[in-house]
Design a protein. Structure first.
Length: 678
């Protein structure tokens, strides 16, 4: 029998990475799916009347072996992949999808779930059990379990159509991105660009057997170009090219796709009994309904707009004093914003990095978690790991082992870009045993060299703290059921533990624990901290208004019947009017390349970026009012937020911690958009 489908005979039941061969995975998946089906069959064929334990709890623990196998495999596919693993991923993903559909479309299984749910008022359930029952029931209903046969057929047709349209939408955006190049041969046109950007453009030109330099719409090329290039006409050309992706009269135009996606989502929601797609999505979010989201965005807009207009006017004045450009256009924004920022805040990452040695920053995160939550992190060397660079830690408190923590910090072939938190094993209680979680954070920081340790930019420092906040959410989990444990919470709540941890990076009391010069041991100067804080709020009004505009566009497409929308550009322009600062560019349209909402998973959810910021600012202000290491506030945060996972409605958990619902005022104050304390 494969090692992957047995109980691991390892320290703390950790994954035995060194004993796993890549060839083991596919047979293990086949066997684990078979075991999962047997778990489901045992629920369906149970002759006893449906109860919470024999149906709902049993369903949450069903496929336990498959879940553990999947977490190991897909984490490796992100952090330590190869061609063979990727090939297996392509083969097993449809198998897992089929298994999932076989569960949600199983009428006999749903009948048992519904029978328990119908008794919900009579059953004496804990809040966690009530939440799990509701979650399991909704997972069937929201996938059409209550529909007639004809309606189920139509639902499947819509889902198939939407899958194709979303795929086409993304392919069109990618094709348009790849089809444009700015080829320069005049060296004077490069004036202002960073050397690294110029070098990358030269390398690209050489690979295409062309002289000079090639710039593209890929972010590592596009962003530095529009931010630093002194040639205004070339910035204009690049900006317009970026803004007209999938908005040209060619085979990659997305206007019809946008309208069809919006309309099909609306029809699907109606079919399932919801007024709009937003009503469907937001039922499973803290925000609950479109009215609340629109009110939230409107309130933020009212408070951010005056500051945004002042910032825009100041930048326009600065640009005209500098270059006499007349009207400030969209292709001027990044350029003059950077110039103004450099003038106001004479600090850069090269000055800061010596104070942020990776090992010190990680130990600082540990020290802060120790002060707040009583945790101790001990590095151990007898736990198996998937790469030599990975560090492993036992996390303990006064009661004993809390979690196993993996930290994987450096880029390498086979590891995707970015930073994320994940787990190899969730926390849950079974047969009276509290099984502790195995949590990992994965980042891509600069590797140490022969002469220097790994030194982080300040942005990388906040990234590490962000992911560590997610990790604390996983490590301090204390629930019964794995389906509600740790980060298994609503989308617009999951970023609270991560974003709140970033706040300690700006506090002198916290920085003194770890921000010391790697050569001299000198603590980071206070003036540097002040400049970090000030630059963090630079043009925050404009940034906030931009985020609000995207959220409003998302809600406009999905929070009402879209059938009356005839022209995507005209509709978008009318929605953007309250948030517009720059003149409109007729050749450009954002909606047709707004991949977050038309291809990704953010439809009716773009607001959640600002929503989570409101939560974390409001929560951290509570700490600030009582001391950033206040043990009582930390205890309330751990007990009501970090340990509870998705066991109750997040707003109830938040109010239990804070004593009130969150208000946007703390965020506005932190952003410098509101000065008075209300």
């Amino acid at each position: 029998m494969s090692i992957l489908i047995q109980h691991f005979d390892t320290k703390h039941n950790t994954a035995p990475f060194s004993k796993i061969a890549t060839d083991d995975f596919k047979p293990a998946f086949i066997k684990a799916i078979e075991m999962g089906r047997a778990d489901i069959d045992s629920i369906i064929t149970n002759t006893a009347a449906p109860t919470f334990d024999n149906t709902i709890a049993a369903l949450d623990f069903a496929g336990e072996t498959l879940d553990r196998l999947s977490s190991i495999f897909f984490n490796l596919n992100s952090a330590e992949t190869n061609d063979e693993i990727q090939k297996i991923a392509q083969e097993v993903s449809p198998m897992l999808s089929d298994f999932g559909n076989d569960i949600t479309l199983n009428e006999a299984l749903f009948a048992r779930v519904k029978a328990v749910h119908d008794q919900i008022q009579q059953l004496e359930l804990t809040p966690e059990q009530t939440t799990l029952l509701d979650k399991k029931y909704k997972s069937f209903v929201r996938n059409g379990a209550l529909l007639s046969a004809d309606q189920k057929t139509r639902l499947r047709e819509i889902d198939t159509e939407l899958a194709k349209l979303k795929l086409t939408f993304g392919e069109n955006v990618l094709a348009e991105t790849n089809n444009y190049q700015l080829h320069l041969t005049n060296e004077s046109h490069l004036k202002g660009l960073p050397e690294g950007t110029i070098e990358a453009a030269r390398t690209l030109a050489k690979s295409a057997d062309k002289p000079g330099w090639i710039f593209t719409l890929d972010y590592p090329s596009y962003i530095p170009f529009v931010t630093y290039a002194e040639n205004r006409e070339l910035r204009k050309e690049m900006a317009i090219a970026a803004g007209r992706k999938a908005f040209q009269k060619n085979e990659h135009n997305n206007e019809l796709n946008v309208l069809q996606i919006a309309q099909l989502r609306h029809e699907r929601a109606n079919l399932l009994g919801y007024e709009t797609h937003s009503h469907f999505v937001l039922e499973e979010r803290m925000a609950q309904n479109p009215g609340k989201v629109k009110a939230f965005l409107g309130d933020l807009l009212t408070k951010a707009k005056p500051a945004a207009e002042r910032e825009f006017a100041a930048m326009a004045e600065f640009a005209n004093n500098m270059d006499r450009i007349g009207q400030l256009e969209k292709w001027d924004g990044a350029y003059y914003s950077e110039k103004l920022k450099q003038q106001l805040f004479a600090i850069d990452d090269e000055k800061l990095k010596p104070y942020f040695k990776l090992g010190n920053v990680l130990n600082g995160a540990f020290a802060i978690a120790g002060k707040l939550f009583g945790l101790t992190f001990t590095e151990v060397f007898d736990i198996d790991k998937y790469h030599k660079d990975v560090q492993t830690f036992e996390v303990s408190n006064a009661q004993g082992l809390v979690a196993i923590f993996y930290a994987d910090f450096f880029p390498r072939k086979g590891k995707r870009n970015g930073a994320w938190m994940t787990s190899f094993k969730p926390q849950y209680v079974k047969d009276g045993v509290n099984h502790r979680p195995h949590v990992s954070i994965v980042c891509n920081f600069t590797q140490p060299t022969e002469t220097k340790p790994s030194l982080l930019t300040f942005n990388e420092v906040t990234t590490l703290f962000h992911e560590f906040g997610h990790a604390l959410h996983g490590m301090l989990a204390d629930t019964t059921y794995p389906g509600l444990s740790g980060t298994s919470v609503y989308w617009d709540f999951v970023e609270l533990p991560s974003q709140i941890m970033e706040n300690w990076c700006y506090e002198p009391e916290a920085l003194s624990l770890f921000a010391t010069h790697y050569e001299t041991g000198e603590v980071i100067p206070l003036e540097y901290i002040e400049k970090i804080k000030q630059s963090a709020n630079f043009q925050e009004g404009m940034t906030t208004m931009r985020q609000i505009s995207f959220g409003m566009l998302d809600m406009a497409f999905h929070g009402a019947d879209p059938s009356a929308i005839e022209n995507v550009k005209s509709f978008e322009k009318s929605v953007f009017e309250p948030t517009s600062l720059y003149p409109d560019v007729p050749e450009n349209c954002m909606s047709v390349s707004f991949s977050h909402i038309f291809q990704g998973g953010y439809s009716s959810g773009y607001y959640s970026y600002k929503w989570a910021e409101v939560l974390d600012a409001d929560a951290f202000e509570y700490f600030q009012e009582n001391g950033i290491f206040n043990s009582e506030i930390a205890r309330k945060f751990a007990e009501n937020i970090l340990s509870k996972g998705g066991t109750e409605q997040p707003m109830e958990l938040y109010k239990r911690f804070r004593g009130q619902e969150p208000k946007p005022d703390a965020l506005l104050r932190r952003a410098g958009l509101l000065t008075e304390k209300l």
